[in-house]
Design a protein around this ligand. Structure first.
Ligand code: GLN
Length: 454
């Protein structure tokens, strides 16, 4: 895989940092353990992985694709990083992303965009475009992403790979540089549902160092994927979300999705249409809640504690150095969201914006609860669009945000969801994703149905 990265990554820019030596010595340690006859902790021991550059790594830089963290090597490993190492999974390097996970195309990286191996000059989705492209280009067989509003699932759809956003609280956020803490969740990515399940079981589990970690056994997702692979979905009730099936989506996305639903029916699933009326407001609510949390979380980049420091020539105040550093270190989208969030949280506007958004969040969760009284899982396209041209939406943030329309409700409710390849759009020959959603702590349903469909 290191050879493959060296050969093709100049073309795709999926990696921000390649860890040749560290990966090779981790692989060698697994070889030696096998030679000694040690029992391996995971069936994935020795299988290498591409890690999104938002998890801390004590032996590699962690930049979140931002200038403000350029060259910063964290003093500790994220819990997720530790779990990978304990499982004997060599980390090939750190992957490109939208700065601090804000974006839908990986064009907001301070280190240049990642390109999608599926098309000439196409974006790979975002924010985890680097991890998804690394899988699609066969630079890595496993990858890790984070999903705050769709950043695992949307890039998976656009690169014909598999990505899962686990139930909120089941994968530790300790050492995951925060974007929006109430939404962020790390998750597994691979090219098959079973590989994704194996990785899921490595990274999930209670962590006392994350205050929102749930103390509950890891869901049996590997077993579910194996059962699903046998192919029958009889007795499974699937709901097609009416509000996530619209004339405004690309026709090729809709027709590919409709075919996928027919395939589920063909496997024996009972398919019904379900209405979730408040999903229509998910985008508006998300784009108030996320910037609000971002404006607070990113206050820690104060020019004193981490990375970049600009204008510290002894003549300026700490406030001036902070202002100059943040002006130079943050990109346009990050600044836009800090501004929106600061405004939405300010006295006098708090109730009108942030407070309202929280109420909508509750209504969306109630829509899900009502739907899950009728069905086991919900399905929708992962994104209304296939991978667009590089540069096409960079000057139009709203158009960019619309690509998250189908993934946001799951994050707002704290539930789990998967994107699995559904085939190529007849419009442009680019990949389309089938999104499967399930209630909190029912992650195994995603794997059963995803594996049967795949
Ligand atoms: N694209 C969404 C955003 O820009 C989702 C990001 C994410 O999941 N990290 O906020």
């Amino acid at each position: 895989h290191l050879d493959r990265i060296r050969a093709v990554d100049g073309q795709y820019n999926a990696f921000l940092h390649i860890a040749d030596d560290e990966a090779l010595s981790a692989a060698q340690a697994v070889d030696e353990a096998l030679a000694r006859g040690d029992e391996m902790l995971s069936p994935l021991a020795g299988v290498p992985l591409a890690l999104k550059d938002v998890f801390t790594t004590s032996d590699m830089p962690t930049t979140c694709a931002s200038k403000i963290l350029e060259g910063w090597v964290p003093p500790y490993d994220a819990t997720l990083t530790t779990r990978l190492r304990q499982a004997g999974i060599p980390i090939l390097g750190k992957t490109n992303m939208d700065e601090f996970a804000m974006g839908s195309s990986t064009e907001n990286s301070a280190y240049g965009p990642t390109l999608n191996p599926w098309g000439e000059n196409r974006i790979p989705g975002g924010s985890g475009g680097g991890s998804a492209a690394a899988l699609a280009a066969f630079e890595a067989p496993l990858a890790i992403g984070t999903d705050t509003g769709g950043s695992i699932r949307q890039p998976a759809a656009m690169t014909s790979t598999v990505g899962v956003k686990p139930t909120y609280g089941t994968v530790s956020r300790f050492g995951l540089v925060a974007c929006a803490s109430s939404l962020d969740q790390g998750g597994p990515c691979a090219r098959t549902v079973l590989d994704t399940a194996l990785l899921h079981e490595v990274i999930a589990g209670h962590d006392p160092r994350d205050s929102t970690s749930i103390d509950t056994p890891v869901r049996p997702v590997v077993q579910a994927a194996k059962e699903g692979a046998e192919g029958s979905l009889s007795g499974v009730r699937v709901g097609v979300v009416k509000e996530l099936h619209s004339d405004s989506y690309q026709p090729g996305v809709i027709s590919t999705f409709d075919k996928a639903v027919e395939a589920l029916r063909g496997l024996g699933a009972e398919v019904v249409e379900v209405s979730c009326p408040h999903f229509t407001y998910a985008l508006a609510a998300y784009y108030l809640i996320l910037p609000s949390e971002v404006s607070s979380n990113l206050a820690r980049f104060d020019a004193m504690r981490y990375g970049l420091r600009v204008g510290n020539d002894g003549t300026r105040s700490a406030e001036q150095v902070m202002a100059e550093t943040r002006s130079a270190g943050f990109g346009k989208e990050v600044k836009r969201r800090i501004m929106i969030g600061t405004y939405a949280l300010s006295a006098g506007y708090y109730d009108a914006y942030y407070g309202q958004a929280l109420k909508v969040r509750t209504l969306i969760a109630r829509d899900f609860d009502a739907a899950y009284e009728q069905v086991d899982v919900l399905v929708a396209p992962t994104s209304p669009f296939t991978a667009w041209q590089l540069g096409e939406k960079v000057d139009d943030p709203i158009a960019m945000y619309l690509s998250d329309l189908c993934t946001l409700p799951t994050n707002l409710a704290g539930h789990c969801a998967m994107s699995v390849p559904a085939g190529l759009s007849p419009d442009d020959g680019l990949p389309v994703g089938l999104q499967i959603m399930a209630p909190a702590l029912a992650d195994e349903r995603l794997y059963r149905i995803g594996a049967a469909y795949e």
